[in-house]
Ligand binder design. Sequence first.
Ligand code: FAD
Length: 439
Amino acid sequence: MTWDFSTDPEFQAKLDWIKTFVEEEVEPLDVLFPGCEYLPLDDERRAIVDPLKQRVRDQGLWAAHLGPELGGQGFGAVKLTLINEILGRTDWGPIVFGTQAPDTGNAEILARFGTDAQRERYLAPLLAGEVFSCFSMTEPQGGADPGVFTTRAVRDGDDWIITGRKYWSSNAAVASFFIVVAVTDPDVPIHRGASTFLVPAETEGLVIEASHHLFGAHRHEPGHSLVRYESVRVGADALLGVEGGGFEVAQSRLAGGRLHHAMRSIGVAQKAVDMMAERALSRETKGSALADKQLVQAAIADSYTELMPFRLAVLHAAWLIDEYGEHAARTDIAALKVLTPKVLQSIALRAIQIHGGLGTTEQLPLVDMLMTGLALGLADGPTDVHKMNLARRLLKDYEPDDPEWPTQFLGRRLDAARAKYADQVASVPSVPDGPPIRS
Ligand SMILES: Cc1cc2nc3c(=O)[nH]c(=O)nc-3n(C[C@H](O)[C@H](O)[C@H](O)COP(=O)(O)OP(=O)(O)OC[C@H]3O[C@@H](n4cnc5c(N)ncnc54)[C@H](O)[C@@H]3O)c2cc1C
């Protein structure tokens, strides 16, 4: 029996190093270069960021989400959680450590489905931290229902011609390549009729019509783009995975990505709790500290009560992946996809309230955390849809029973108990006022 919540001392030393490094070296970048994480490095930023990345590499911590065969560390998901919860406290942390979304998920599918040539062309520079990528699937007319997707890829000789529009293509404005999901066979259901293509950003016909931003986002952020694919011609070698396998590729990307968001969100929520506690102890009103007011205490206690089981649930899902593979964690990841935005929103709202008016300004990162919570309730699919999927998954483990009297109805349990111990129990009381039970 092993069920161990401790961190081995060797890895704890690495976590301690990460924590100090992030606080002292990385967090200053958040205020010096806000919203610039995904911009190509100019000379000034490169002079600071490249040496930091090198220190991460020297510590053997670069691209911690990947296996060693891909230049990562092969830490596994539990250790990655412990790293990502620290990195989640900063905007620049994931970039400096080579673990930023959506590039992590894109790297994973390139590794899983890419040919040698595709890996060399797209994955290698991505892993080197030199380029950014874009996953282009959602369409303007709908994202939650892939059945409404109309972007088509049609064969022309050996080539493919892609035509259509995509929306919410994050980082399109800075990406050097796009992973595009397009319908290749409209006569079968979309989960068998879509394929995935690798399209370099400079390909003729790929036009960024507009880039939209989350409310309050910094003006430098590349945002989420409306992209037009106007008869974009790519070669046969652009197909990622097999024809008709686009949904398998997309799904395999999303499961890991959702858990990575949850890992980083632990750090975001913990930061909000830390800020709440500091403010409550520092600010006085009506003759005593905010921390002495029972409702403020309740806000802090409620926040911890949400954060603590959330963190354990993320670690547990990560442990399932390490022990049994990603498939075994699917239900837990689905539950975490629902829980992550809920926990973030709830804790961020309390932290804003406790900081008073200041909490609502751009001078503190709290509204940003709230926006992250709202966005995570939509990115990678809306909470409502995930709840339904989760319920369907859970219901598979159950069978229907008697429509009138459930198995836990006292009368049924009593009948069963009587039958089992009929020889030993002389008199068993009947159900008070109970309806007649069918035999
Ligand atoms: C920050 C952010 C980043 C994103 N990045 C990317 C990206 O890089 N690439 C990409 O392709 N997409 C990306 N998306 C898009 C995201 O996947 C979609 O927003 C999401 O799938 C929902 O699609 P929609 O916005 O069109 O909402 P709709 O599909 O219009 O759904 C709107 C609402 O309707 C309800 N609803 C929808 N379907 C159902 C249902 N079956 N049952 C009950 N209620 C339902 C839900 O309340 C849902 O929130 C991103 C989104 C955000 C917010």
